[in-house]
Design a protein around this ligand. Structure first.
Ligand SMILES: [Zn+2]
Length: 325
């Protein structure tokens, strides 16, 4: 019997990543291409198709070995119809992605929101393997979440479940990218942490090892925050600790509602700073959670990093095509 593989495609805002994989051998080939959205959706879809062909060629597999192409979309998706509702960073709205891409490649196309796909990867191929009811939270530029109930992805009525980043935390708080005020991600994402640090340095004239970076208006990434924590920078330590406390509070609230048995934390900020952040998050979680809901709950870091969503494609193929890859 022929060995089966899928192609997982990450439709990122800056680059498209395509990987060939199966559960036995893991990822056997990768290819990437810069995202070009200025030329329109038609060109963008053609780019994806070309990258799929290229990565299959790189893998040296036969077309027949590939049983599905799974797309991780940074936006709202109906995985049953293959229609993208809205993907703001890609300029895509109400688009029949599955139908259009299937005209260009000889494989069935599946779609899922990229955060949900990350949660699916963690659930099926990462630290969440033994979890029954699991929440995955990704802290990066924003904050995304994926909910697994009874070992299955919970997508909600309009397929937008898991938007934990837009739960209200502080009435009339800082403005969020979604247009509202005081959302979780407006208080605890990297964007929020960095904005607070910049404010401390520029307006309040506090000293930080990041002062030079801030004065030259350079983008502050997770690695720079890590460096500042290692140097015991006061401003950065305070701001990250605050964010951890907010994260702990929100996880406690959500756990009170859902009684998850596992909460997995991922994303760029956690990858860079997990060892510093997790103890504070757990402490705050324990302070805030309804005691009975906290019993035995595991709060753990994801170990799959960016590969979580790639592996999620395998679970998607199993769910929608009923094939074990
Ligand atoms: Zn928001």
């Amino acid at each position: 019997m022929q060995e089966k593989f899928i192609v997982s495609v990450d439709m990122g805002g800056t680059k498209i990543l395509a990987s060939v994989l199966n559960s036995k051998k893991g990822i056997i080939a990768r290819q990437k291409k810069p995202t070009d959205i200025d030329s329109g959706t038609k060109v963008y879809v053609k780019d994806i198709a070309e990258l799929v062909h290229k990565v299959v060629k790189t893998s040296k597999l036969d077309e027949k070995n590939i049983v599905a192409v799974c797309l991780g979309v940074p936006g709202s998706v109906n995985p049953q119809t293959g229609v993208i509702g809205i993907a703001p960073n890609l300029g895509i709205k109400n688009y029949k992605m599955k139908a259009e891409l299937e005209k260009l490649i000889p494989y069935p196309v599946l779609l899922e929101n990229d955060v949900n796909l990350g949660a699916l990867g963690i659930k099926n191929y990462g630290v969440g393997k033994d979890a029954t009811n699991m929440l995955a939270v990704f802290v990066g530029t924003g904050i995304g979440g994926g909910v697994v109930i009874d070992k299955k992805m919970y997508r909600g009525f309009n397929f937008v479940a898991g938007e934990i980043g837009h739960m209200l935390v502080q009435k009339n708080g800082p403005k969020c990218g979604c247009g509202k005020k005081g959302c979780f991600e407006a208080l605890a994402s990297r964007t929020a942490i960095v904005n607070n640090i910049i404010n401390d340095v520029k307006k309040l004239k506090k000293k930080s090892v990041l002062s030079d970076l801030i004065k030259s208006n350079e983008r502050i990434k997770s690695g720079a925050l890590r460096n500042a924590i290692d140097k015991k920078d006061k401003v950065v330590t305070i701001r990250i600790t605050e964010a951890c406390e907010v994260i702990g509070d929100v996880l406690a609230s959500v756990c009170n509602l859902m009684n998850f048995d596992m909460i997995v934390l991922g994303g760029g900020v956690i990858e860079a700073l997990g060892d510093f952040m997790l103890p504070i998050i757990k402490q705050q979680f324990n302070n805030q959670v309804f005691t009975a809901a906290a019993k035995g709950v595991k709060i753990v870091p994801s170990k799959l990093a960016d590969d979580a969503a790639i592996y999620g494609g395998l679970a998607l193929a199993e769910e929608f095509l009923d094939i074990k890859v």
